[in-house]
Design a protein around this ligand. Structure first.
Ligand code: SAH
Length: 385
């Protein structure tokens, strides 16, 4: 079997529960990119088996510890455990995540269910090579109508992998219908962002519904996620997105669900400023921007961006109004995000209290040893006066 030797720091990292080993901690490589390798510690001890990548900054992703092999039986067991866990959640949706990569001990593998169809993503060389086996196992365990590979995220380029979208098994129609609570979506699995929808926000939409009332402003709406879910609780709904396509889909989704809303193509940064100048007030504002910090180098700039939109939104809140504010940058920790919200509150002279501190939905669990898996932070704030 191919093997990779790591140093004491790498070994310590694995012991602390982290599945990634960085390039700087790799001492010797006798493996090809994409191999399943045996990981050897500085004292010749076998630490476990891992997926090896010869291009990424993360050359090793641990699969097993000690002498346990990662064979097909182990793969099936992990897939089954991940899928059974979702069954126990009794999610009120027909679209949700079945396999959340590292957090399900299947690093760099994502599997989302959209009704009878599955969408998979293999985000490392090793998982890419395992994809035919993974596909066969998923066919047996889930018996889906079709499996689509959405292997077009940019991270694949860092692994030297192609950008491909292809049907791996069965058939996958142009669009599929799924439900999330009371809302029905028509989803384009081939072209939608992520695997089609932002499934990770489902429970935050449900939570926000508990407080939604009056006039709602949903910023960065994409296909209307928050706006559609909250509309039944509000008098009026406005939804903003910079993408004309997203606004067109939001409008179509609203019609399909009999929801009244005003969806506008706008840059949220500009529109919040305009609304403030016009003296407008809202009873709930949702801020769900794209990840502003895609890497460590852009964290400071990202924090300034988060502060700007949160400060403006706080000023637009009516007393007793709610701000549902999110960050999906894993480089911005919950503490950092909380500090930005504090700063925004001081600078806007708006007193807010935290009503709920939330994260991604339960079908996207967090691995305690890998803080990167806690990527989505969501605070529900209330303007106290
Ligand atoms: N809230 C959505 C997901 C948002 S994804 C949901 O619940 O499903 C982020 C969205 O922000 C994308 O649709 C993108 O087009 C939009 N976006 C990015 N930058 C923007 C900007 N400056 N102004 C408005 N929209 C922007």
């Amino acid at each position: 079997m191919s093997c990779v030797v790591i140093n004491a720091r790498g070994e310590q990292r694995v012991r602390s529960g982290h599945p990634w080993i960085y390039r700087a901690d790799v001492v010797d490589v006798e493996a090809e990119g994409g191999d399943l390798v045996s990981v050897i510690g500085p004292r010749q001890r076998t630490i476990g088996q891992a997926l090896f990548s010869d291009r990424s900054q993360i050359p090793l992703r641990m699969l097993t510890r000690g002498d346990a092999p990662f064979d097909e039986a182990a793969l099936v067991a992990r897939l089954e455990r991940a899928i059974q866990f979702r069954d126990t959640l009794h999610l009120d949706a027909t679209a949700y995540r079945l396999v959340h990569a590292e957090a399900d001990l299947l690093p760099s593998l994502v599997v989302d269910r959209y009704g009878p169809h599955l969408v998979v993503q293999a985000l490392s060389q090793g998982m890419d090579r395992l994809l035919p086996v993974v596909t066969r196992c998923l066919e047996t365990i889930v018996t889906p109508d079709g499996i689509l590979a959405r292997n077009d995220p940019k991270v694949r380029a860092l692994e030297g992998l192609d950008q491909v979208v292809e049907v791996l098994a069965g058939t996958v129609p142009e669009t599929v219908r799924v439900t999330e609570g009371p809302i029905e979506y028509e989803v384009d699995l081939r072209k939608g962002q992520k695997t089609g929808l932002f499934l990770d926000q489902r429970e935050n939409r449900e939570a926000a519904a508990r407080y939604a009332h009056g006039r709602l402003l949903d910023c960065f709406t994409y296909h209307g996620g928050f706006a559609l879910r909250l509309a039944a609780h509000c008098d009026t709904v406005e939804a903003l997105d910079a993408s004309a396509d997203a606004i067109a889909v939001t409008t179509a989704n609203a019609r399909r669900n009999g929801v009244q809303l005003d969806a506008r193509e706008a840059n949220v940064f500009d529109e919040l400023r305009r609304l403030e100048r016009a003296g407008e007030r809202f009873d709930m504002i949702v801020l769900d921007p794209p990840a502003f910090a895609k890497n460590k180098a852009s964290v400071q700039k990202a924090l300034a961006g988060y502060k700007e939109i949160n400060l403006r939104a706080m000023r637009l809140l009516a007393p007793g109004g709610y701000l549902v504010t999110c960050s999906c940058s894993y480089n911005v920790t919950e503490d950092m995000f909380a500090a930005v919200l504090h700063d925004a509150s001081v600078d806007s002279h708006v007193t807010v209290g935290v009503v709920e501190k939330r994260m991604q939905g339960r079908d996207h669990p967090v691995l305690v040893g890998a803080p990167e898996t806690h990527y989505l932070k969501c605070f529900i704030l209330r303007r106290v006066e």
